[in-house]
Design a binder for this molecule. Structure first.
Ligand code: ATP
Ligand code: MG
Ligand code: MG
Length: 406
């Protein structure tokens, strides 16, 4: 019978160098998607053992994990069973069974970040309430329970109005925009109705979207990665430019807001803070992810310590690494499914074929068993001596340079 192991002191001490990997702690990751896969890649470099819990037998992390338990990260008995096999639990997705994490924490199981953090973040409305209580600037918002409430919110905030489902949102699935009052009921239905649990946000008139990855170690130390610009296509992150081309003042403000947001949450690990920058130079918080994030994929090639290595260092209690960039500029380009099935694979492989001959480009392919439209299948990071160089290389990869019009 497996039992909960006593928690080890996970900090690496000079007089107590572990015999095998950099840390003897077995890290359990709830979720085995691409983020779990890239955590395993970083772990292998340091000989840290990562186990993943994912329902899909051939999930992206499967081939690289030290062990893969096939099962749902949203099922209580499964999560409890998984916890017995690991020494620290962490997540690559926030839509996990948080009640079980709370119960496990009470029994002494180490969750990083803390279950309280996952609870706040997995409900976007609760998240907004939390951050506004902590004085973090964000778009005005209010809960809606019926059409009358939605209309009142529309009168209060104006149109377009952003309607969001509180839970289980990702890649914009869970958001609907009503341009006028008469579009409210269609938008609400598109999200599955009021029973789903909805709230509205005032439209944020942003000129750029920015993001900051923030890391917190077990000792409470906090480090911020450089501010990046994220460019979305149909609500899905498509391109990330690092560093963001914004003034020093904006960089400072964005970093301060991100730092403050993460300081209000408990536990170790990396967090991603998504931000809006408005024309008049305001920074508003959009949402926080309690884990490595798409806006930080570029760090694998462009920073001294990638977000994945940093997350592992944080949760096992190693010192945090240097988050600064070792290349002047980087662009991350998401390989989103352009089409279903074989045609989708064909289109992605054409692009990858070109990327392989672009200087400074690195191809990441997540090995997802199925190609679907708009699904994140992989990404390409291009690094180079300046942002304009990197942009030119991206254009040539996308055949936008006028030489190749394939
Ligand atoms: P993710 O995949 O990042 O978790 P998500 O499904 O949680 O996405 P959001 O981050 O809430 O969705 O929104 C997705 C995108 O929609 C944002 O990046 C932004 O482009 C746009 N958006 C969200 N909220 C607002 C708002 N209040 N005003 C204007 N645009 C918004
Ligand atoms: Mg989200
Ligand atoms: Mg988002």
């Amino acid at each position: 019978v497996l039992s909960c192991r006593a928690l080890p002191d996970t900090s690496l001490r000079k007089d107590d160098i572990p015999v095998h990997g950099l840390s003897e702690t077995i890290v359990g990751v709830l979720g085995g998607g691409q983020l779990g896969r890239m955590l395993c890649q970083a772990a292998s470099q340091m000989a840290i053992k990562v186990m993943v819990l994912d329902p899909q037998e051939n999930c992206p992390a499967n081939a690289l994990a030290y062990d893969h338990m096939v099962g749902s990260f949203d099922d209580s008995a499964t999560v409890e069973e998984f916890a017995k096999r690991c020494e620290v639990l962490t997540v690559e997705i926030e839509h996990v069974d948080v009640a079980t994490l709370e119960k496990l924490e009470q029994q002494g199981v180490d969750c990083e970040p803390k279950a309280s953090t996952i609870r706040i973040i997995q409900d976007k409305y609760l998240q907004k309430v939390h951050f506004s209580r902590h004085g973090i600037p964000l778009p005005e918002f209010t809960q809606i329970d019926d059409l009358e409430g939605a209309k009142r919110a529309g009168k209060l905030f104006g149109y377009p109005l952003m309607i969001k489902s509180k839970r289980l949102a990702y890649d914009g699935r869970g958001n609907a925009v009503a341009k006028r009052e008469d579009e409210l009921s269609t938008a609400v239905s598109a999200l599955g109705g009021f029973d789903r649990g909805l709230y509205v946000e005032k439209w944020a008139p942003f000129v750029k979207e920015l993001a900051v990855i923030v890391a917190r170690g077990r000792d409470g130390s906090i480090l911020c990665y450089p501010v990046v610009e994220t460019i979305h296509r149909e609500n899905i992150c498509h391109i990330v430019k690092a560093p963001a081309n914004v003034s020093w003042k904006i960089r400072k403000l964005a970093t301060e807001v991100a730092y403050k947001a993460v300081s209000s949450l408990e536990g170790a690990g990396v967090f991603a803070v998504e931000l809006f920058m408005t024309e008049d130079g305001q920074i508003l918080l959009n949402e926080v992810a309690p884990r490595p994030h798409n806006s930080g994929h570029h760090t694998i090639e462009s920073c001294y310590t990638s977000q994945f290595e940093q997350h592992l260092r944080a949760v096992v209690g190693l010192p945090l690494g240097d988050p600064s960039m070792k290349t002047p500029a980087a662009i991350m380009y998401n390989l989103l499914g352009e089409d279903e099935g074989d045609r989708g694979f064909h289109l992605a492989h054409q692009l990858i074929g070109r990327a392989l001959s672009i200087p400074g480009a690195t191809v990441h392919w997540y090995d997802k068993p199925e190609m679907r439209k708009q699904r994140k299948m992989g990404h390409i990071t291009i690094v180079g001596p300046s942002m304009s160089d990197v942009e030119r290389r991206l254009d040539s990869m996308l055949c936008k340079d006028g030489y190749d019009s394939q």
